[in-house]
Design a protein around this ligand. Structure first.
Ligand code: PLP
Length: 403
């Protein structure tokens, strides 16, 4: 072997090649087919219990594993530089499986004070009923993090960049604290994608992705994944996937695999367009504040440059004056943007997230954290998922909507 053959492949190649079936003459090699079969012939008498599941077991029943799902897991693990991945029906199913796999009654879960609302609500309702106590902490204040860890804390879950204000977390600094205290650290980096940040390399134990966003990229499939060490994931697969049953549809896996092929060029263009839209918004007289980690106007831009390799295409902004009225105006006027939730697809989306309802219904924050959120978000933020249209058309559309 010469040196060239030892070079590690780059992300664009991995996103297209990893997880494809072995090349055999006359068999498909350009795509992983969507294997819709729900069961597989078995070589001998097999039991029905997930106890029988071994990593090298032949395919048996799709809830246990399926060639299309395995292709997707291999591709995701390669992009994340993780030992393995387990995919689920949605991002929320992945998060629920992680907590289900790691926590039991009497344990404490620590969650970053700004996280995906579904995660926060899950922690304060369902996990609470299961006897797991959750508390919330500002992950940018390391002293607070140290103080928030209890003897029974098993998991600290953070999101970076955090929805919807795009606040960043210094994963390496937090990992140092959690490691020393025997607490696992999970990072939801859905918004950054593995191209923007690789939390495992910075010391995290698990990464969570919603595949419904940039990774599938076209807004036509839901999915979720947990990535991390093989042994931990094997036990999550056995218990939380095979027994709980949140299996991803092979058709969705097929769409996500196809979407992943263009992940690198898409993310480059999302970022380029976000840069142009951010500059336009920052100069607009009605805009109070714009938040995008790739801009030097972002309060944590130094941390972004130090820890992120690219900055993705999600930004948020707030306006002077009546935000709710502006939300109605924008919803009525946009033509290129859609006024809609979700993020990370080819088409540009904008959605208003008012501060008081999200503080009341989704987050459970102490006074200091609420003050921090109000400081960042004002009356509410417009979350903008900058798509892949021409940047000039996006800017014209926003100008018409805002003026
Ligand atoms: C969408 C999203 C989720 C939840 O994913 P689903 O696939 O919708 O269940 C979790 N975290 C973040 C950051 C998200 O954007």
């Amino acid at each position: 072997m010469n040196d060239h053959s030892r070079r590690e492949r780059g992300d664009a190649t991995r996103a297209i090649h990893e997880g494809l079936p072995e090349r055999r003459l006359g068999e498909p090699t350009s795509i992983s087919p969507a294997f819709a079969s729900s069961f597989y012939t078995h070589p001998d008498a097999a039991g029905f219990s997930s106890k029988e599941f071994e990593e090298e077991s032949p395919f048996f029943y799709t809830r246990w594993g399926n060639p299309t799902l395995r292709s997707l897991e291999a591709r995701l693990a390669s992009l994340e530089r993780a030992e393995d991945a387990v995919v689920f029906a949605t991002g929320m199913a992945a998060f629920n499986a992680l907590t289900g796999g790691l926590l039991e009654a009497g344990d404490h879960l620590l969650v970053a004070n700004i996280a995906y609302p579904g995660v926060t609500e899950f922690a304060t309702t369902i996990l609470k009923r299961q006897g797991v106590e959750a508390s919330f902490v500002d992950p940018t204040d390391l002293d607070e993090v140290r103080a928030a860890i209890r003897p029974n804390t098993r998991l600290f879950h953070v999101e970076t960049p955090a929805n919807p204000i795009l606040r960043l977390v210094d994963i390496a600094a937090i990992a140092e604290i959690t490691r020393a205290r025997g607490v696992k650290l999970s990072v939801d980096s859905t918004i950054a994608t593995p191209l923007g940040i690789r939390p495992l390399e910075q010391g995290a134990d698990f990464v969570i992705h919603s595949l419904s966003k940039y990774l599938s990229g076209h807004g036509d499939a839901l999915g979720g994944a947990i990535l991390g060490e093989r042994a931990a994931l094997a036990s999550i697969r056995k218990e939380q996937l095979i027994r709980m049953g949140g299996t991803l549809s092979p058709f969705s896996a097929f769409l996500i695999l196809r979407g992943l092929e263009t992940l690198v060029p898409r993310m480059r263009l999302h970022e380029e367009n976000a840069r142009a839209v951010e500059a336009f918004l920052a100069a607009h007289p009605k805009v109070r504040c714009v938040l995008w980690p790739g801009s030097e106007r972002h309060p944590q831009h130094e941390l972004a440059k130090r820890t992120m390799r690219s900055f993705s295409g999600l930004l948020s902004f707030s306006v002077h004056g009546d935000s709710a009225e502006m939300a109605r105006q924008i919803a009525n006027r946009v033509e290129v943007f859609s006024y809609a939730v979700s993020l990370g697809k080819t088409k540009s989306l904008i959605f208003y997230i008012p501060t008081e309802p999200i503080l009341r219904d989704s987050f459970s924050l102490d006074e200091a954290s609420e003050a921090m959120y109000r400081d960042w978000a004002g009356e509410g933020v417009f979350r903008v998922s900058v798509g892949l249209e021409d940047a000039d058309d996006l800017i014209d559309d926003l100008r018409r909507a805002l003026d």
